[in-house]
Design a protein around this ligand. Structure first.
Ligand SMILES: Nc1ncnc2c1ncn2[C@@H]1O[C@H](COP(=O)(O)OP(=O)(O)OP(=O)(O)O)[C@@H](O)[C@H]1O
Length: 257
């Protein structure tokens, strides 16, 4: 399913938090949304998973305006992993993951549903936690449970807001490798530019709510852009095995400025 942000604008507190953002994510493509703190990444994503209504422009799914699609219908297509993963209820991991089937369910879970739930827990390394209360989990374990809940939804568009927060390097790499070619169209806010370059087809860079660059990682991640947008000196080297651009930051220079 194609995801389009068409001149998406969000105004609040007299500012444009997202400023005429236009971005096309082709069906099955994995696009990273990068940018400094406060550049509007989460705000833009919130419009896609309908936690926020745009002040201007639109989000389109296969060309259809999301605002015109009933929420229960778009919930069958769009799943989100947000930064607000707080649960106060004493649910087990398996129960939380099963909630992801809610938009599709018409009765008790059948064999297919149980298999989807088991698969999602396998993919996120949460199967061994199935019977545990989510209240007892570590930050990274809990994050993986919410990723499983989104996967079990069988989304055609998957929106992830800093999904590698709290994840150790093994689970961060596993998650991003898993997203590639997995089927859904993916828009993912990521701070780790090296992981974004390794795992995403394209990187879109936001600055003050506006799109400042977008394209293949090798075209976007230049020392000039990293300096201009993030204010950090960096060398770009090709990954020896994959050729993906990887950044080596100039730490000394960072402490001087
Ligand atoms: N409801 C609101 N009212 C006023 N300002 C807001 C509101 N929501 C977000 N902002 C501001 O909008 C800007 C963009 O926030 P957003 O969370 O989208 O940034 P981000 O790029 O996701 O940042 P981070 O990298 O820190 O997660 C920030 O300056 C934030 O303080």
């Amino acid at each position: 399913m194609r995801l389009t942000l068409d001149s998406l604008t969000v105004r609040a507190a007299g500012r444009r938090l997202v400023d005429e953002l236009s971005l096309d994510v082709a069906s099955g493509e994995v696009v990273a949304l990068a940018g400094p703190n406060g550049s509007g990444k989460s705000t833009a994503l919130r419009c896609v998973y309908r936690a926020l209504r745009p002040s201007g422009g639109a989000v389109l799914l296969d060309g259809a305006d999301l605002a015109a699609i009933p929420v229960h219908q778009s919930a069958r297509s769009v799943a989100a992993v947000t930064q607000q993963n707080t649960v106060e209820l004493d649910f087990t991991v398996e129960e939380i993951v099963a909630l992801g089937r809610f938009p599709h369910r018409s009765g008790a879970p059948g064999e297919r549903e149980r298999r989807l739930i088991a698969d999602a827990m396998e993919r996120t390394d949460t199967a061994r936690l199935a019977a545990r209360s989510v209240l007892t989990l570590s930050g990274g374990e809990r994050q993986r449970v919410f990723i499983a809940r989104a996967l079990v939804q069988e989304p055609r568009v998957l929106v992830l807001d800093e999904p590698t927060n709290h994840l150790d390097v093994r689970h961060a790499v596993a998650l991003l490798s898993d997203l590639r070619g997995a089927g859904p169209t993916v828009l993912v806010a990521l701070h780790d530019l090296n992981l974004a370059a390794a795992a995403c087809d394209r990187i879109a860079v936001l600055r003050d709510g506006a799109l400042t660059a977008s394209g293949a990682p090798k075209d976007v991640l230049t020392p000039e852009l990293v300096r201009e947008v993030f204010g950090v000196g960096a060398h770009v080297v090709p990954h020896p095995a994959t050729g993906a651009p990887q950044l080596l930051y100039d730490l000394d220079e960072g402490t001087r400025t």
